[in-house]
Design a protein around this ligand. Structure first.
Ligand code: ADP
Ligand code: ADP
Length: 229
């Protein structure tokens, strides 16, 4: 589903590579935490998968595509298979909850009828069916992140990438977000989540890939945040 073969990413003007000779394989349906200190390369990893950055060396395969041979014209189509969630939500501030989620479907040309069915369905999945007409600033942080998740998955992507999705939320709110991500994963979506929140990783006991300076130092199938021995 996702494969890195000897991937190195060095940003221009920097001394050390952000990702260093990385080999990685994620199978369909997995839930994977990418952990490590700030600057260890987690976000770079996600951006490489999205083809927002390209590797300096090595090859990346996502959903059967060699990213090195996807033309820029085809990138938007490739990205339709990937949902993305960020720490800072990135909602459109002047659109309602419904419109924020619907927008994703409208830009890819889904019919009005499809949008009218799919949006309420996904809002229900994240527990926001009663807030469809609110604007983002009328919602709590946790609710805004639920909208962002709804938007990321409304098109039923095969992979969901989440970059510190609970980074701005308190622990109770974060637990609710993690339940939603688990539900999405249980539905068959592969989830790759970058985080440095030990409590969440310890509780979930899923696959943990730990990065130090762009190198995988640990890859455990049911791991916690820190090395368990
Ligand atoms: P993390 O997500 O784990 O905090 P990042 O992938 O953001 O790590 O960063 C990894 C390394 O790459 C850091 O040293 C960071 O400063 C550097 N880096 C990230 N983005 C850029 C960029 N656009 N240009 C130059 N260096 C960058
Ligand atoms: P928390 O502080 O627990 O993160 P808030 O106090 O921001 O949450 O919001 C609590 C509830 O009030 C939420 O359901 C949210 O939708 C609603 N709410 C918050 N601000 C507004 C507002 N300006 N207008 C309407 N509803 C709001």
């Amino acid at each position: 589903m996702i494969r890195f073969e000897n991937v190195t990413k060095k940003y221009s003007g920097t001394k050390r590579p952000a990702i260093n000779e990385m080999n990685l394989e994620v199978a369909r349906g997995e839930f994977v935490f990418l952990v490590g200190a700030s600057g260890s390369g987690k976000s770079t990893c996600l951006r490489l998968i999205l083809k927002e950055e390209k590797p300096s060396k090595g090859s990346i395969f996502v959903l059967g595509n060699d990213l090195g041979s996807i033309s820029s014209r085809k990138i938007p189509y490739f990205r339709r298979n990937l949902g993305v969630v960020f720490q800072d939500f990135r909602l459109l501030p002047n659109k309602t909850v419904f419109e924020n989620v619907a927008f994703t479907l409208q830009v890819i040309g889904k019919s009005r009828g499809y949008v009218q069915e799919a949006v309420p369905d996904v809002l229900k999945m994240v527990g926001l069916e009663n807030k469809a007409d609110r604007l983002p600033h009328e919602l709590s942080g946790g609710e805004q992140q639920r909208v962002a998740i709804a938007r990321a998955v409304v098109n039923k992507p095969q992979i969901l990438l989440a970059d510190e999705p609970t980074g701005n939320l308190d622990p109770a709110t974060s637990a609710g977000i993690m339940q939603i991500l688990e539900r999405i994963n249980a539905g068959g979506t592969t989830v790759l989540m970058a985080t440095h929140e030990a409590g969440i990783v310890d509780k979930m006991q899923r696959r943990v890939i730990e990065l130090v300076d762009g190198i995988i130092v640990r890859d455990e199938l049911e791991g916690g945040y820190g090395t368990t021995g």
